[in-house]
Design a protein around this ligand. Structure first.
Ligand code: ZN
Length: 160
């Protein structure tokens, strides 16, 4: 983990907060090239688009697949506030993107949801590497994971 990695995770947390502010689920992601330069960022827009597959990691993978060369994709890193779900892990691997750095893990999110009495998600919370074994992953990363927990919990309080 470099200072640049931390800066990109910081941005992911801010994007997640922005999403929550619009009524979307609190998830944000940043796509950076091999030099660490941000290429594109996205946040969850499930509520605002009505598309339940509008996960930032999925949208970034689709964008990378049509806008970047295979070499640039392979050297790129996707930073994200929450570990990719299986759909997003698959998209990431299909387009040949590189490393993933996530603040909170899918296992953490699943256990938080359970502790808050929320229904189990319709898709199993598998680690990225169960879906995409060739992808290097880093996470969870403190203190960003605890910050994401607080953001998820705050959204929960608002919706009750
Ligand atoms: Zn996803």
């Amino acid at each position: 983990m470099t200072r640049n990695d931390h800066a990109h995770l910081e941005r992911c947390v801010a994007l997640a907060e922005e999403a929550a502010g619009r009524g979307d689920a609190p998830f944000g992601s940043v796509l950076a090239d091999a030099e660490g330069t941000m290429l594109r960022e996205e946040s969850n827009r499930e509520a605002t688009t009505g598309d339940a597959t509008f996960h930032p990691e999925f949208v970034l993978a689709q964008w990378a697949g049509t806008n970047l060369t295979p070499d640039v994709r392979a050297g790129a890193t996707v930073y994200t506030s929450g570990e990719h779900c299986p759909m997003c892990s698959a998209a990431h691997a299909w387009v040949g993107l590189g490393r993933i750095v996530y603040a909170a893990s899918s296992a953490q999110l699943a256990s938080w949801r359970e502790s808050w009495g929320l229904p189990v998600a319709p898709v199993r919370a598998l680690p990225v590497t169960d879906v995409a074994p060739g992808v290097e992953t880093v996470g969870p990363v403190a203190p960003f994971d605890e910050r994401m927990r607080a953001i998820h919990e705050a959204g929960l309080a608002q919706s009750r």
